[in-house]
Design a protein around this ligand. Structure first.
Ligand code: ATP
Ligand code: MG
Length: 560
């Protein structure tokens, strides 16, 4: 496996797709560009799709063109409305506009069929009645040419009659197919008379039972692009070998006057591969169906639904797409790049709050039980205009378990008997003992050390810990999410990818929260000071019973 890259690309202004577009605009080939994002509605979108969405919509935006969202619903059996809805939702969430309505390949079925009749009449297509087996056997291999089908010599008239019978439901599934007549000896197997239509007596989610003949994806896709006047049809590298057929088909239809020039140009780029993640639909389905995660929107899933629940932001994903750029060479990107983009953006948008995730009690023995005060805390250290808030301070506080040690190692600057720390935004305290049975740390406070008062900085302490007042604290469930897989290449080297699941990818805890968090709303992002960025969960939160999900820690704990 190639070494994952962390800062791979020059700014996208210089990528090869942009160069093609700029040349086409400069030469006058196109006045305005059109791209498209063409998902098959047979699954939920993931980080890889986000790259493609950002690329296609981003190009349209940058060059003043448009980008279509088009559902490639040519396969009647696999597609469902639920996927359509979820994909529309995800594209909008990512912040892109597809000009009002989504488009559907199935809206072009009439045209596609007419184009097929034209190909038959002009001798560019024929009905083949061989079995699937026979066709496979005569296709040849990489090193051997294929053999012509005995049906290849059928006359246009006979082909047309058969094609119409196929359309009219007179033949069973698999009895015949329509093939392009190109070249059975072509070194490119995709040009050895590819199948363009098959009989399938299936109900389609949009066209119902109108058709019992459905176009193959490779035939449908170029036509969809051309009918929408797509100028640059950007796709992943595995379609490179299909490009000659893409061009052949559009040329034939343009010759016949069915399509207008200029024709769309297919341009391939390398798909996104990410470490610590699987993006294959089959594997994602398996994770959900076998219960390794709690659904498609599980915050650990690399789906856009999951990312959203996790607290990843659309802006973070757009920055990520920008940062990794596009290239022709296969890309393996370190997941840390994505996490850094989230951290960076959340740092800008998340107000700071205090929450104690693993609480032990701190008692300030020289602070009266009935005393209480408000300390003044900034909502964001770099954004004074976000204001400040009052946080109640009292005799008993929750602090993090790891902020106290009875016998500290060298270099530990937080609480241990005899040591002083600052309680953030409040006072300096000195640890005077602890009680194991009640898990209580005992301290005394220095009255003249209150933050912001004259002389407070005469206390030189190295530790600065957060806290929450016990009697004012709220409680909430917190999901501490980590990477779903524990190795960079799950399932590498023929291994079952499930063996690489990270057993510690999810931990549910109950945290103590400062009062300002009590009214947090679903989807709201905050930084828990010293911990990371958290979002209020949608589905699992209720008023008065919040759940926070950890989007990302403050620092990358995976890099060594
Ligand atoms: P399938 O195997 O079912 O075709 P798919 O992941 O390719 O799965 P599509 O719905 O066909 O799903 O994908 C829509 C678009 O997203 C395509 O243009 C595809 O090239 C692009 N895409 C899918 N996966 C990635 C990826 N990992 N990186 C970049 N683009 C991707
Ligand atoms: Mg695909």
């Amino acid at each position: 496996m190639a070494k994952p890259s962390r800062s791979p690309q020059p700014p996208s202004s210089s990528n090869f797709i942009r160069q093609i577009i700029e040349a086409d605009l400069a030469s006058g080939k196109h006045k305005r560009i059109c791209t498209r994002f063409p998902p098959e509605p047979n699954g939920y979108l993931h980080f890889g799709h986000a790259k493609s969405i950002c690329l296609n919509f981003g190009l349209a935006k940058d060059y003043g063109g448009r980008c279509n969202l088009r559902f490639d619903d040519t396969n009647p059996e696999k597609e469902e409305q639920e996927y359509v809805d979820s994909i529309i939702d995800a594209v909008k969430w990512l912040g892109f506009d597809f000009g009002g309505a989504a488009l559907y390949a199935s809206d072009y079925f009439d045209f596609m069929y007419r184009a097929a009749e034209y190909l038959v009449e002009s001798g560019h297509a024929y009905v083949d009645s061989q079995s699937a087996e026979e066709m496979r056997a005569s296709r040849g291999t990489f090193s051997e040419p294929g053999r012509d089908s005995p049906c290849r010599i059928r006359s246009p008239a006979e082909n047309l009659r058969l094609l119409r019978e196929m359309r009219d439901g007179k033949h069973a599934d698999g009895a015949h197919v329509l093939r392009a007549r190109i070249d059975m000896a072509s070194p490119n197997i995709n040009l050895r008379d590819p199948v363009i239509y098959r009989i399938k007596k299936a109900t389609h989610h949009r066209t119902g039972d109108t058709w019992c003949l459905y176009p193959m994806y490779t035939y449908a896709h170029p036509i969809e692009d051309a009918l929408e006047h797509v100028t640059h049809s950007v796709c992943t590298l595995e379609f490179e070998d299909q490009r000659p057929f893409y061009d052949w088909l559009l040329e034939r239809l343009a010759e016949g006057g069915l399509l207008k020039r200029p024709l769309p140009q297919q341009i391939e780029f390398a798909r996104l591969n990410l470490t610590y993640v699987v993006l294959s639909k089959r594997k994602l389905v398996q994770l959900v169906q076998e219960g390794h995660v709690e659904g498609w929107d599980d915050p650990r899933m690399p789906t856009l639904m999951g990312a959203r629940r996790r607290g990843y932001t659309a802006e973070g994903l757009r920055r990520f797409a920008e940062r990794i750029g596009v290239s022709k060479a296969n890309q393996l990107i370190d997941l840390a790049v994505l996490e850094d983009c989230m951290r960076e953006h959340l740092n800008e948008v998340a107000p700071r709050r205090m929450a104690v995730l693993d609480p032990v009690k701190l008692v300030i023995e020289n602070y009266p039980d009935d005393r209480e005060e408000q300390v003044d805390v900034p909502n964001h250290p770099q954004k004074p205009d976000w204001g400040r808030r009052q946080v109640p301070f009292a005799r008993e506080l929750w602090i993090e378990r790891e902020d106290f040690m009875a016998t500290p190692p060298k270099g530990y600057f937080r609480l241990f008997p005899g040591n002083r720390v600052r309680l953030r935004y409040a006072y300096v305290v000195e640890c005077i003992g602890y009680d194991v049975a009640t898990e209580t740390v005992r301290c005394r406070l220095f009255e003249d050390s209150r933050s912001g008062t004259p002389g407070a900085d005469q206390y030189k302490v190295k530790g600065n810990i957060h806290w929450v007042s016990v009697k004012h604290a709220g409680a909430a469930a917190v999901g501490l999410y980590d990477r779903l897989f524990k190795v960079p290449n799950p399932g590498g080297g023929e291994r079952d990818f499930l063996l690489d699941l990270n057993p510690d990818s999810k931990k549910m805890i109950t945290a103590k929260l400062e009062p300002a968090l009590r009214n947090a709303q679903a989807g709201e992002c905050v930084q828990f000071e010293r911990h990371g960025y958290f979002v209020v969960d949608g589905p699992d939160s209720a008023p008065g019973a919040l759940q926070f999900n950890r989007a990302v820690t403050l620092r990358d704990s995976w890099s060594r």
